[in-house]
Design a protein around this ligand. Sequence first.
Ligand code: CA2
Length: 146
Amino acid sequence: MTTPIVLVLGGPNLNLLGDREPDVYGSATLADHVDVARVRAREHNLDVEDLQSNHEGELVDAIHRARGRCAAIIINPGAFTHYAWSIHDALAAFDGPVVEVHLSNPNAREPWRHTSVIAPVAAGSIVGFGGAGYRLAVDAVADLLE
Ligand code: CA2
């Protein structure tokens, strides 16, 4: 049997992690977070594929390509979280579990960050635990796929 694939998606500006705003987002890079996810995924006999994009349509396309191919999606949509209904709709058409991750706790920040248009189509959201959120998200996915 083939190993199920978990797609780890990152939205705009996450490519800057580790370089700017370490007080808010920590000093780890996105590659570090994906590595954490990949190591944990192996422990659950899952594979990880990853993609970061600053472009909404590229993320929508990646979600479409995942249909029927990936078992689950872990997504930190960055600022798209708060307004990108196209990503909401693409995730709604995905057939496996979706877990939303945020390094910071958007609910404790500016009011415009309190709305997530992704949360309604996610099995759950993991926010405010920094990089540990990626490990927790893989554990959640593994549970949901069992
Ligand atoms: O807490 C999170 O993980 C966020 O998804 C991060 C987004 C933010 O827009 C969301 O509200 C919460 C920002 C992505 C990273 O942005 C950076 C900007 C400058 C320097 C480093 C990262």
